[in-house]
Design a protein around this ligand. Structure first.
Ligand SMILES: C[S@@+](CC[C@H](N)C(=O)[O-])C[C@H]1O[C@@H](n2cnc3c(N)ncnc32)[C@H](O)[C@@H]1O
Length: 279
């Protein structure tokens, strides 16, 4: 789906607001209401036809909607050239990155046991590993939630999903469920998830606002969202700039979807662990 396509389909797109806003005109006098209804009778099918003939991008540009995402020609070569709330979105790591995700020295560099300590998982919980990749954290969380719990391993790339399925079968792990996400929707069940974990993922979401709205809706009332991201504030962290995230930037982006920082854990050498909950 193109960036413009997703924008148009989002519920707060002005083009769509204009259409549904017609029903608000019932307070005016009967003649005006009648004229409005007549206009709407022709306008609605005309706009529907425009969508079919010209596609969503055409309609989006006609309505001059304010852009949530901004494209800049001048940008970091490791980024996509698309900016969200002043931050450039990074390029997605492809399946060639599996070897790097599985590298032997990762345990000593990233201390996954400290991440698991910070998450405080309990038996029976439903947790999502969003952007699970090859399952580095999926298969570490599965024993923590036990047979009565579940890990939803979510990814947007088919190669990652196949790897996750093969590894779950080879390890005979029954409490891992693999879910195919779209760029705008992780397809998590509504109101049922205790924790959504993003490790080294958030900065590369093509549609962070849409994904986080869906993540927020997936949470139980006391559900949490945990991010593990390389520290942008520290120039000595040896990671490309667009793959880092600052605490202030993440707080700003989460506020836009009604999530607030509840815990900040700085036990890792290179990464923040930031835990958010519903406001
Ligand atoms: C750098 S890898 C990290 C993988 C894993 N979290 C780890 O730490 O080993 C980022 C992963 O996020 C996935 N991803 C990117 N955008 C996504 C989206 N919108 N929904 C789900 N997964 C996504 C990519 O396909 C990739 O597997």
């Amino acid at each position: 789906m193109s960036r413009h396509g997703a924008k148009l389909l989002s519920p707060d797109t002005p083009g769509l607001v204009t259409l549904t806003g017609g029903s608000k005109l019932v307070d005016v006098d009967d003649r005006t209401a009648c004229a409005t209804l007549t206009t709407m009778r022709y306008l609605v099918p005309a706009l529907a036809l425009a969508l079919v003939v010209f596609g969503p991008h055409s309609l989006s540009s006609q309505t001059q909607s304010p852009q949530r995402y901004e494209t800049r020609a001048n940008h970091d070569p490791n980024g996509t050239g698309t900016f969200y709330m002043g931050r450039e979105i990074a390029q997605v790591m492809g399946p060639g990155g599996i070897e790097w995700l599985d590298r032997a020295q990762r345990d000593t560099e990233e201390h996954p046991s400290l991440v698991l300590d910070a998450l405080q998982l309990h038996s029976g919980e439903v947790v999502a590993d969003l952007g699970a990749g090859s399952g580095y954290f999926t298969f570490r969380m599965a024993p923590k939630v036990g047979k009565t719990g579940k890990v939803l391993a979510v990814d947007v790339q088919e190669e990652m999903l196949q790897t996750l399925k093969q590894r779950a079968a080879a390890k005979r792990i029954a409490n891992v469920q693999v879910i195919k996400a779209s760029e705008t929707d992780p397809h998590l069940p509504t109101g049922t998830v205790d924790l959504v974990l993003f490790v080294d993922v958030y900065h590369e979401l093509a549609y962070p606002y849409e994904v986080m709205q869906s993540v927020r809706d997936s949470l139980k009332s006391n559900g949490r969202v945990a991010f593990v991201e390389y520290r942008k504030e520290d120039p000595n962290v040896p990671i490309k700039e667009v793959h880092k995230m600052s605490v202030g930037q993440l707080e700003k982006e989460m506020a836009a979807v009604g999530l607030v920082l509840v815990r900040r854990i700085e036990t890792l050498p290179l990464q923040h662990i930031l835990i958010f909950g519903r406001r």
